[in-house]
Design a protein around this ligand. Structure first.
Ligand code: SAM
Length: 237
């Protein structure tokens, strides 16, 4: 079969500027809001007519950051500690024969700014700049399966760590908080996921971590049974 050509309809403007700390699935971090910016050919409000009737939308997108990294028939899912091999089609790994992703997100409405058409969404798990190839409404009668089973992925991931903001981090929040919506809640929800790689997930971890949200660099580390946020600074400072 010949390769197919697919044209992006839009690109995501996301607060996640690097892969590290992006949640593993959508809606784990409800505060992660982003914008879908349609390309010139699709910036037509007619394409969105009626979309306000749907609270949630499926986004179909390309894992553009890892698309050239290939794939393998088996994957070691982080939630199995990265030690057990599972078939690629039994996982939602980014490394797939066709690097296509699927996420359900909250529909926060759309607007036109000049010639730009922008659809706002919440609960994202996508990297900034991700190309979108389609959007479809989430339809509960078909998509919500009450008795569905999910084997090794039955429960939502996350950690029991308590989140603590240092005095410095609280001071940074006081200065920056108003410029970013729900910043403290957003940082808390992201860190509650414990974004460390599976092999580093231990309580006695002295490493200082940094993650990017918006244009902010957030420093943190594990301290006993908690995650301590050390500072929140603009990337450039
Ligand atoms: N919900 C989607 C799915 O099931 O197809 C994505 C699941 S995938 C396990 C989620 C991870 O993809 C995120 O934690 C992030 O590291 C990664 N990711 C998000 N956007 C990406 C992109 N554009 N390119 C490569 N990796 C991306």
């Amino acid at each position: 079969m010949l390769p197919m050509q697919i044209t992006p309809i839009a690109y995501i403007n996301s607060p996640y500027k690097q892969k590290f700390a992006i949640p593993r699935q959508p809606n784990l971090v409800r505060e992660a809001r982003g914008e879908i910016i349609f390309t010139k050919d699709f910036a037509d409000p007619n394409c969105l007519r009626g979309i306000e009737q749907f609270s949630h939308l499926w986004l179909i997108f390309v894992f553009h950051e890892t698309a050239d990294k290939g794939w393998s028939p088996t994957v070691q899912p982080p939630r199995l500690g990265g030690r057990e091999s599972i078939g690629v089609f039994a996982t939602r790994s980014t490394f797939r024969p066709n690097p296509i992703g699927l996420s359900v997100v909250e529909n926060l409405g759309w607007e036109q700014k000049g010639s730009s058409l922008i659809l706002k969404v919440g609960g994202l798990d996508l990297l900034d700049g991700t190309p979108l190839i389609d959007i479809k409404p989430y339809v509960p009668y078909a998509d919500l399966i009450a008795n569905a089973k999910a084997g090794f992925a039955e429960l939502a991931p996350g950690s029991d760590y308590e989140l603590i903001f240092s005095n410095k981090a609280e001071q940074d929040l006081g200065e920056l908080g108003t410029q970013y919506p729900d910043l403290k809640a957003f940082i808390t929800s992201v860190l509650k996921q414990d974004p460390r790689p599976a092999w580093r997930k231990k309580d006695n971890d002295e490493k200082r971590y940094g993650m990017s949200l918006y244009d902010l660099n957030i420093k943190w580390r594990i301290e006993q049974k908690s995650i301590l946020v050390l500072s929140i600074c603009k990337e450039s400072s």
